[in-house]
Design a protein around this ligand. Structure first.
Ligand SMILES: Nc1ncnc2c1ncn2[C@@H]1O[C@H](COP(=O)(O)OP(=O)(O)OP(=O)(O)O)[C@@H](O)[C@H]1O
Ligand SMILES: [Mg+2]
Length: 312
């Protein structure tokens, strides 16, 4: 195994009846990484998490955790915990009881349980509410309880399936920052599922962009944003607008592309282009200023580069 790999999917395919939920997916998630699975509804994000957690078994391929093939190892014996979108808190139990549940199953002493529950509630900044029931809490507070309940078991890997999905935008933004800080603080590997591009770009060390059961690109937010490897990725990430154009000149490694309205783009580093080739360009606002991206719509359809407007 490669050193420092927390979770590996090795050529995993998952088929449910007629549906191919994952197609030959290979991923390596490093220890301590904040790794996101990003893609539209139905692309296979939850299925990937469930395979890692052991709630499902692959049809083909392997799941490895810390280099160990999981095979048929059941969910409760895997060193991972999951935070679900629905929180799945026990409604009839207090906050304390919800968080303590997993520890009680392990028959730890009362003192140890109290100490660890207190610690976990501190981590998610939720002290003082131990005796409340879930329905007496706000959505954000319930979300924190769900997190505390997962963290209290000290998993090697925390799986988070759209954990902020039920929160309003403002709270979601605040919780994004908190989650990121928490992950930094506890040093646990986070595998985070979201269909929200902004969320993935802000929080992740690396992102896997998925579509239709395929992983299209794995990279840092910067790489995914600035150099999308496929048209779908460019389209899906942010405010990129795809505009058709035509290569009008090639000078060494700089390609000039004519766009409608006689705008000209310069694309350094494109190879294999031919004057007259139809291409697709995408202008996107990035942190570094306006950068336009070119997708060669030819044989090298997925080859991309960046270009700046010739006038800039
Ligand atoms: N138990 C199941 N039986 C049959 N099909 C399933 C099952 N679980 C998932 N699928 C199908 O597999 C595909 C991937 O589903 P998955 O839940 O992984 O998507 P997702 O990316 O999490 O989507 P969402 O963003 O909507 O949660 C979908 O087409 C879904 O209908
Ligand atoms: Mg899902």
């Amino acid at each position: 195994m490669s050193e420092g790999v927390a979770v590996e999917l090795r050529r995993v395919t998952k088929i449910f009846g007629e549906v191919i939920a994952l197609r030959d997916v290979s991923l390596e998630i490093k220890e301590g990484e904040f790794f996101s699975l990003l893609g539209p509804s139905g692309c296979g994000k939850t299925t990937s998490l469930r395979l890692i957690a052991g709630f499902e078994l692959p049809t083909e391929g392997k799941v490895l955790i810390s280099g160990e093939a999981m095979g048929q190892i059941p969910a409760y014996q895997r060193p991972v915990n999951t935070v679900f979108q629905s929180y799945a808190l026990f409604p009839h139990m207090s906050v304390h009881q919800n968080v303590a549940f997993g520890l009680e199953m392990q028959h730890l002493s009362k003192g140890e349980i109290r100490r660890r529950v207190g610690e976990a509630l501190d981590m998610v900044r939720l002290p003082g509410l131990e005796l409340r029931r879930p329905k007496q809490l706000s959505g954000g507070q319930q979300q924190r309880v769900a997190l505390a309940r997962a963290l209290v078991n000290r998993p090697k890997v925390l799986l988070l399936d759209e954990p902020l999905g039920a929160l309003d935008l403002k709270l979601r933004k605040a919780m994004q920052l908190e989650l990121k800080m928490l992950q930094h603080q506890v040093g646990i590997t986070f595998i985070y599922v979201t269909h929200d591009q902004d969320e993935a770009l802000t929080m992740s060390d690396r992102i896997a962009v998925m579509d239709h059961g395929l992983v299209l690109q794995v990279g840092t937010p910067h790489e995914i944003y600035e150099r999308p490897a496929a048209r779908f990725v460019a389209d899906f990430i942010g405010e990129t607008n795809l505009i058709p154009g035509q290569i009008v000149a090639i000078d060494r490694n700089v390609v000039q592309v004519g766009l409608p309205g006689s705008t000209l783009l310069k694309a350094p580093g494109v190879s294999g282009g031919v004057v007259g080739t139809q291409v697709t360009t995408g202008a996107s606002a990035s942190t570094k200023g306006a950068i336009a991206q070119i997708i060669a719509a030819t044989a090298a359809a997925s080859r991309m580069t960046t270009a700046r407007p010739a006038s800039a």
